[in-house]
Design a protein around this ligand. Structure first.
Ligand SMILES: Cc1cc2nc3c(=O)[nH]c(=O)nc-3n(C[C@H](O)[C@H](O)[C@H](O)COP(=O)(O)OP(=O)(O)OC[C@H]3O[C@@H](n4cnc5c(N)ncnc54)[C@H](O)[C@@H]3O)c2cc1C
Length: 436
């Protein structure tokens, strides 16, 4: 049954998805929304609290955004719809529009497997791609003097438009501010906002809110769990979520240096890492190394589980990979100290489709989790789809792809690389890594 607009709604997590969900529900007239977060806003552990994120418009930029087709496979239909809804927001919604920078996208790889992955991506693209097979070709994609490296073994292509990056932190703040203006109440902090447990009915067949660390019980007609990778600590997801971490660092530029580094395409090395042009405020270039991810495996109740932790520090091997990326592409910065680094967690589903559904056995609980590495650019669509779920009108083909699906995770291989490349081509374990 659709939820009345005056019913109380509790959202756990004021990160990327929590803010988007609050915004979309408030825009649809819901008046009783409360959002809890265990950290002051913007949460330092939120995956979306970062200077930027890659954004792709989808496969068919001849349309304003992807046009889903009834003849599409369920998988294509899902992604086309998600891109269409999201890109419509990034291009036309006054709240999101200022944050999207369609500067283009370079996708490349060094290893053969990773290059195969690039080729598959290129084949599915309808946009014109410029092949890049020499260092000079790579250099020509950016103003002179930006890319100066030898690009050893790099091969790929350049998509001049139809993709780029979004100012993530700016979009997060804008969603939060607008949701607040529309009446959403945010409670944040390690005591009053940190959820320790859900509140269950006596028969354990319904959820009626959450208890925070200060022992306050926040009751609601509808609870939405959107606590990112940490959601796995609050509910038994039956192995549907694998908290997985990646590593990022900021490379500081002076204001005068940064002038040259504007409007750059995102350079994404599938098995090396990526960087995005300096941010306007601090002139920091955000760098990530690429790899299948780190987990933090511990034994809990006889099972192996990856448990997130927060750290503004990265393993030495991650830094070494970032420096190799700089050596290959912009050796002028190879030895410069980073100004910031952190481990950043997301939750991977088994198939990397989102998990947005009503819990099958717990009434009044919706889960909105499983960003799986692409949950920022898609966050406007996520907010809308969660609002559809709450209002009981989510499209059936989309619901099928995002459904509660523990049957797919029964024998889950925690070490599955999930179509990711880089480092030694393996999921890494923080328990065994160097420097964290
Ligand atoms: C390094 C890295 C690079 C990425 N790059 C891209 C990219 O280029 N493009 C893209 O689209 N996506 C990218 N992603 C993925 C994207 O950032 C995530 O999928 C998305 O931000 C997930 O949003 P979320 O709301 O689920 O989680 P988060 O944004 O992490 O939010 C979770 C929130 O829950 C709060 N919380 C946690 N536990 C509790 C608790 N017990 N009680 C209350 N609150 C709690 C946290 O404080 C946080 O605010 C990247 C992810 C990583 C890690």
């Amino acid at each position: 049954m659709p939820l009345a607009v005056e019913s109380s709604i509790l959202i756990i997590g004021a990160g990327t998805w929590g803010c988007s969900i609050a915004l979309q529900l408030a825009r649809r007239g819901h008046t009783g929304i409360k959002v809890l977060d265990g950290c002051p806003f913007p949460s330092p552990i939120a995956a979306g609290n970062d200077i930027n994120r890659i954004a792709e418009e989808g496969k068919c930029p001849k349309y304003d955004a992807n046009e889903p087709d009834d003849m599409d496979s369920d998988e294509d239909y899902f992604w086309n719809k998600i891109h269409q809804l999201s890109m419509n927001a990034w291009k036309h919604d006054p709240l999101f529009k200022p944050f999207y920078h369609p500067t283009g996208f370079i996708m490349a790889a060094c290893g053969d497997d990773a290059y195969e992955h690039c080729l598959k991506y290129a084949e599915s693209e309808q946009a014109k791609l410029v092949p890049l097979n020499t260092a000079a070709a790579f250099h020509s994609t950016m103003p002179q003097g930006v890319l100066t490296g030898p690009f050893p073994h790099w091969r790929g292509f350049w998509k001049d438009g139809g993709a780029g990056w979004v100012f993530a932190n700016g979009a997060l703040r804008a969603m939060h501010a607008e949701a607040t203006r529309l009446g959403v109440k945010f409670l944040a902090g390690s005591s009053k906002g940190k959820v320790e447990s859900l509140l269950y009915s006596a028969d354990n067949d319904a959820v009626f809110g959450a208890r925070t660390r200060d022992k306050v019980e926040h009751t609601a007609s509808q609870t939405i769990l959107a606590a990112g990778a940490d959601s796995d600590l609050l509910l038994d997801f039956k192995k549907q979520l694998r908290p997985t971490a990646w590593t990022l660092a900021h490379l500081p530029l002076s204001a005068s240096e940064a002038e040259k580094y504007h409007n750059l395409p995102v350079l994404y090395g599938v098995d090396r890492g990526f960087f995005i042009e300096p941010d306007a405020e601090n002139h920091d270039i955000k760098i990530c190394d690429e790899h299948p991810g780190y987990c933090n495996f511990v034994h809990m109740n006889g099972e192996l589980r990856s448990v997130p932790f927060s750290r503004q520090q990265i393993p030495k091997d991650a830094e070494a990979r970032m420096r190799r990326l700089l050596h290959d592409t912009m050796p002028q910065f190879e030895d410069r100290d980073f100004s910031f680094a952190r481990i950043c967690w997301d939750a991977d589903t088994v198939d990397r489709y989102f998990l947005i559904d009503r819990h099958p056995d717990l009434e009044n609980l919706v889960v909105a989790v499983g960003g799986s590495g692409h949950g920022f650019m898609t966050n406007p669509a996520v907010g809308m789809l969660v609002a559809d779920t709450v209002q009981g009108k989510v499209e059936q083909r989309l619901q099928k792809m995002m459904r509660w699906r523990p049957e797919l995770s029964v024998n889950r291989d925690w070490w599955d690389t999930q179509d990711r490349y880089g480092a030694d081509g393996k999921v890494m374990d923080f328990q065994k890594s160097n420097g964290v």
